[in-house]
Design a protein around this ligand. Structure first.
Ligand code: SF4
Length: 473
């Protein structure tokens, strides 16, 4: 997928000015937050389960090579073929090779963020293979000129009912419908035809179980089962960090994933798929391939960002992020939005390609609080900011400004004078009110909102006043 995260500020301005998007974001805001809050109450030991989940993920990523070798061996024992891709281009090449080998003309796909990373749909089309997205959200995006998803679990959350109604009417050539069950039925009828005529199914994988060589799939629409069992070939594309040791570990992680993602105690469909179809079985693929993808993940192992590999892609961090809630997912400019995306995009797509993303956070720590595997997202965002500064990637004016500030901060008398002057200047700008409409030194700040004018004395003045009072008492 094309990287547009270097245009973050321009993207944000466009998204803030988009009245339809803003309305849709407002409607969606908080729905997952409330459901998650309710769902975690029925877990006996939510905090203990989070500790256990983080420990499981740590255990794997601390020795990732060993667990991957174990998974590869078990998967081969079940009749699967395990392939390794170092980047998105290799993913596309491997999948197209598989398609050619089996004479595939049409592929049905269940949601896979890694195939978005790789730009797989475009590569398949160029190779003469028709990809059909079957997750309802992904399908809507595909028929809307291959629009990218804006959320990792609710890819079409940025769209309203009217937009989908118009799109179905235009693309399917059917009478315009505006009730959700009718639209869903229409999509189901279109997709059913593709399910039964596809030669190959492509899915992601929520987890790879090393103990059994299985892939675990979590979906809410049942499309995952159609994609993975009807065609004669099934290809699983997933990141190397998705491996977990045992089925017991899977049950621990599954207590957290749906609850954190959509507020469900269990997703509507949950499949554990192991090996190819056996002679006595009626359905399942005759050929099963795992494409295990690095694409920057191996470089994160052992780095300052090691903990990020614990991510189980639940989306809770973006659901709770005030920045994501305001701008939506497309502004982030790549596959992964929200706080997890602001860490992953610099790591996988290049820190220089995503200079503003680590700053696209208030550091309020809502993301860190809700992350089911306790990833310290604000700390990782801060570390990325440090890396940018170390590499001299921040704008010159910012670097000069911060050096000047540091120089002044080391001289208390000068700092006090500057703070007093600054407060008076801001009060003068406020012109007797408690708001400043335009900040000449930071016009972007006041473009969409007022800046609060300082009230009363400065912190240093109050501190000195209290210290004097205390010493007199
Ligand atoms: S960083 Fe945590 S909260 Fe965000 S998607 Fe990953 S597991 Fe979920």
């Amino acid at each position: 997928m094309e990287i547009k995260s270097m245009h973050f500020k321009a993207n944000v301005s466009a998204k803030l000015a988009d009245a339809v998007l803003q309305g849709n974001l407002k409607n969606a805001k908080g729905k997952f937050v409330v459901k998650r809050a309710e769902a975690i109450l029925d877990l006996d030991d939510f905090e203990g389960t989070r500790d256990a989940a983080a420990a499981i993920r740590n255990k794997v990523i601390d020795n990732l090579d060993l667990w991957l070798e174990g998974f590869e061996q078990k998967a081969r024992d079940t009749g699967a073929t395990v392939l390794w891709a170092k980047d998105g281009a290799e993913v596309c090449r491997l999948v197209i090779d598989i398609a050619r080998k089996h004479g595939v003309k049409k592929v049905t796909k269940s949601k896979s963020m890694l195939s978005e990373e790789a730009g797989l749909n475009q590569a398949l089309e160029a190779a003469g293979v028709q990809p059909v997205e079957t997750d309802l959200g992904e399908y809507i995006l595909q028929i809307n000129d291959n629009e990218p998803p804006s959320h990792i679990i609710a890819p079409v959350v940025h769209k309203g009912l009217d937009e989908v109604a118009d799109l179905f009417h235009k693309v399917h050539g059917t009478p315009r419908k505006t009730d959700i069950p009718a639209l869903t039925r229409e999509a189901r009828e279109v997709l059913r035809e593709h399910f039964v005529t596809a030669d190959m199914g492509i899915s992601g994988g929520n987890f790879l179980v090393a103990e059994t060589g299985s892939v675990a799939l979590v979906t809410n629409e049942g499309n995952g089962r159609m994609v993975t069992t009807l065609p004669k070939v099934h290809v699983v594309i997933t990141g190397i960090e998705k491996v977990i040791p045992t089925l017991e570990d899977l049950s621990t992680l599954m207590r957290l994933l749906p609850r954190s993602a959509t507020g469900q105690s269990i997703s509507n469909y949950f499949s554990i798929l192991t090996g190819v179809k056996k002679p006595e079985e009626h359905d399942g693929p005759e050929h099963l391939y795992f494409v295990l993808v690095d694409a920057g993940r191996a470089d994160v192992v052992g780095s300052d960002f090691h903990a990020m590999l614990r991510c189980i892609r639940c989306g809770a961090c973006m659901n709770h992020c005030p920045v994501y809630q305001t701008i939506g997912g497309h502004a982030y400019g790549w596959v992964y939005p929200g706080p997890m995306g602001s860490v992953l995009t610099p790591l996988y797509a290049g820190i220089e390609n995503s200079i503003d993303l680590p700053h696209a956070a208030t550091l309020c720590n809502q993301c860190g609080i809700v992350c089911p595997v306790r990833i310290p997202l604000p700390d990782l965002l801060r570390k990325l900011r440090e890396k940018q500064t170390e590499r001299g990637l921040r704008p010159l004016t910012e670097r000069i400004g911060l050096r000047l500030w540091a120089w002044v901060a080391l001289r208390p008398a000068l700092y006090a004078l500057g703070a007093r002057f600054g407060a008076r200047y801001l009060k003068w700008l406020a012109n007797g009110s408690d708001r400043i409409n335009v900040l000449p030194t930071a016009p972007e700040w006041t473009q969409g909102r007022d800046f609060p004018a300082p009230q009363g004395k400065t912190f240093r003045e109050l501190y000195a006043q209290r210290r004097n009072a205390a010493s007199r008492a």
